[in-house]
Ligand binder design. Structure first.
Ligand SMILES: Cc1cc2nc3c(=O)[nH]c(=O)nc-3n(C[C@H](O)[C@H](O)[C@H](O)COP(=O)(O)OP(=O)(O)OC[C@H]3O[C@@H](n4cnc5c(N)ncnc54)[C@H](O)[C@@H]3O)c2cc1C
Length: 330
């Protein structure tokens, strides 16, 4: 197997990873992005109204533009899931399911992914009736019977969306009420096709080729019900899937990568950006900004390894102003 060598390998092709690649390539670094998909969470966002420069833009469209921009400067993008990062002399070896890549520096931008329930049948029937995204998949269940496991304000939004498409929605949650605003809940229930299943936890998802039933247990009464459903929607939050980074960089109790204010992790040469980090604000513009910062820090690190001491404060100082344009004041 041919091992490819880069100055920087970015893990994750969401907004943080692609912005990091844009900045790294503009600094002249040979950059590879290894992503399990292209776009990350932004693919789930139908409309963003708080990304500077756009009053409203679809998540997909925003990511498409950043990808195009990063590629135009020479960033390479490969689809692969990284399962291991280890050091070998000056290089880091980034092992994916389909190949190995080597980078002088690594930028971790692996974001967050939907939390799983961890019950039998869930993994096996993922994509075959089990979904983690109501916004994306609700239309596929038009006229069908579905179960929703979700609560809080987000749960209400999910129930409302599903009830617009499905014939019937079983709404499962672990407490007495799905959300404290009873008026809001009542307005969603007024559609008449939602059945509340309170104080309950899912036990198993069953089905041969596709989802056929969901088994739930009422915690108060101990009663078990097997609901006949075509789909199960799991929307119980997001988490950093950083198991493969344990022992590589310091993680906090939530599994997030701990970074300093320059995007450096506890391991020299490994940087991190976006939702995967312990920075509390999980927003697209913040992830993009952190991606830029991690790339500039990685640039300083790589230059030092190559025997050139530089410390940059912006990524445009090396660029010549366009003919007829304004000259940059440094
Ligand atoms: C429904 C929804 C609505 C939102 N609305 C807004 C909004 O209106 N405004 C706003 O600012 N933010 C919003 N956000 C948050 C915003 O989308 C995130 O903060 C941002 O997308 C995080 O970007 P990221 O690149 O850090 O991570 P992600 O988008 O999670 O991308 C990480 C990428 O890394 C990949 N990856 C993970 N592990 C590996 C691995 N081992 N190997 C290879 N690749 C890997 C993933 O597949 C993914 O592509 C919303 C999020 C959701 C889910």
């Amino acid at each position: 197997m041919k091992v490819r060598e880069y100055d920087v390998v970015v893990v994750g092709a969401g907004i943080a990873g692609l912005t990091a690649a844009l900045y790294a390539t503009r600094q002249g670094l040979k950059t590879l992005v290894v992503g399990a998909d292209l776009g990350g969470q932004l693919l789930l966002v139908s409309e963003i109204q708080n990304f500077p420069g756009f009053k409203s833009i679809r998540g997909f469209e925003l990511i498409r533009r950043v990808e195009e921009q990063a590629r135009s400067y020479g960033a390479e993008i490969i689809f692969d899931e990284v399962v291991e990062v280890r050091r070998e002399k000056d290089f880091f070896v980034i092992r994916g399911r389909s190949g190995e890549y080597r980078g002088l520096a690594v930028i971790l931008a692996c974001g967050k992914a939907p939390k799983e329930l961890g019950i039998p049948g869930e993994r096996e029937l993922r994509g075959r009736g089990v979904s983690y995204c109501v916004v994306c998949d609700a239309p596929l269940f038009k006229g069908r019977v579905v179960a929703l496991i979700s609560w809080g304000y987000h749960g209400v939004e999910n129930a409302a969306t599903l009830s617009n498409y499905a014939k019937k929605v079983y709404w499962i949650f672990p407490s007495e009420k799905p959300y404290e605003d009873e008026e809001l809940v009542a307005s969603v229930l007024s559609k008449g096709n939602i059945e509340l299943i309170p104080n309950s936890t899912p036990l198993a998802i069953k089905g041969e080729k596709r989802v056929e039933t969901l088994v739930v247990r009422n915690k108060e009464k101990g009663e078990i019900r097997e609901l006949k459903v075509d789909g199960v929607f799991v929307e119980v939050g997001y988490e950093a899937k950083t198991g493969f980074l344990r022992g590589v960089v310091k993680l906090n109790e939530k599994g997030e990568v701990i970074v300093d204010r320059e995007g450096r992790t506890s391991t020299p040469g490994i940087f991190a950006a976006g939702d995967v980090t312990d920075v509390p604000y999980k927003q697209a513009v913040i992830a993009a900004g952190m991606g830029a910062m991690a790339a500039l820090s990685a640039y300083s690190y790589v230059m030092k390894l190559k025997g050139r001491r530089v410390r940059i404060v912006s990524d445009w100082k090396h660029l010549k102003p366009k003919e007829g344009g304004l000259s940059l004041r440094l």
